[in-house]
Ligand binder design. Structure first.
Ligand SMILES: [Zn+2]
Length: 307
């Protein structure tokens, strides 16, 4: 073959290779926080590579995106956020990054609680307008079944060739979620009703409260960054004493000092650390959503058990 022809043939081969997606190429997904990233990984399996913008043990409330986050979002095929006002910054980030990737809100279709609905002991007034939604819907496992359905539909739309895989993974994982939901219900039913009340660092457990019948008295409002008033704290301490609340729990994403003060002055015990808005790192006790819910359940059971 003459050199020029050989060069042309080689160019054609290279062009064909460039147009053909590599077999191992994965769908790039960016999720706003670690819990969503795990759900995407459960459904996406081998076909998907997922990154969380707010990582393990980090607080998504008041998160300040970095330029590297904009680059990640700009390069993603699909962006997954919670919605319900938890991570509004994702939409702004996607716009500023010039992203044309679809943005799916995982909580779409759940029955949302209002921020002030479950608790009326007046913490952090002025930080939330009435009518704000409580974003922590993942604390009810049945809501996460809906999250998984939304994520599955979005992945199938972004990568139609993977539809069967996504549906099969979602079916397996949803069965696991139903079993987890039943496990939490059965375990908590063994506690007497008067011991099923606790203090948490921020108002992240209203959905857990509604689903599983443990009353959470939060030291801070729905946004962990909002500081409670002195009156609000004093009222909570009086309530802990009057109702003999057995235990007070720390959270992986919130400062511990306020809760320790309420524990000491309210005369309750320190029940351990709950994972509210973020997973633990891989080696920790809550590296996946299912592990997180099991850890929280075991921590609640131990902290609320009779002396
Ligand atoms: Zn929160």
């Amino acid at each position: 073959m003459r050199p020029l022809l050989r060069l042309l043939a080689l160019s054609a081969l290279l062009l064909a290779a460039a147009l053909q997606p590599a077999r191992a190429e994965r769908v790039e997904v960016v999720a706003s926080f670690s819990i969503l990233a795990d759900l995407v990984a459960q459904v996406g399996g081998e076909r998907v590579s997922v990154r969380a913008l707010v990582g393990p043990d980090q607080d998504a409330h008041g998160f300040q995106p970095r330029p590297s986050d904009a680059r990640l979002v700009g390069a993603a095929t699909l962006v997954v956020a919670n919605g319900l006002g938890f991570d509004n910054w994702v939409e702004r980030l996607a716009r500023s990054a010039g992203s044309r990737a679809p943005l799916v809100l995982a909580a779409q279709g759940i029955e949302a609680l209002h921020a002030e609905e479950a608790h009326d002991h007046g913490h952090g007034h002025g930080h939330h307008d009435h009518g704000d939604l409580d974003p922590h819907a993942w604390q009810d496992v049945r809501n996460v079944v809906i999250y998984v359905r939304n994520i599955t539909d979005a992945l199938a739309a972004a990568d139609p060739a993977g539809t069967q895989d996504y549906r099969a993974n979602a079916e397996r994982y949803t069965a696991e979620l139903h079993a987890l939901d039943a496990e939490i219900r059965a375990a908590l039913a063994t506690l007497p009703a008067e011991r099923r009340k606790v203090v948490s660092s921020h108002d992240a457990f209203a959905y857990f409260d509604r689903a599983y019948g443990v009353r959470f008295l939060p030291a801070r409002g729905v946004a962990s960054t909002a500081e409670p008033s002195a009156q609000g704290i004093a009222r909570l301490i009086r309530q802990v004493r009057a109702e003999k609340v057995p235990a007070v729990f720390l959270e992986n994403v919130v400062d511990r000092r306020l809760v320790e003060r309420i524990r000491a002055e309210g005369g309750a015990r320190l029940g351990g650390t709950l994972y509210s808005d973020a997973l633990s790192a891989a080696g920790g006790p809550a590296p996946t959503y299912v592990a997180m819910m099991r850890h929280n359940l075991a921590t609640l059971l131990a902290g609320l058990a009779a002396d």
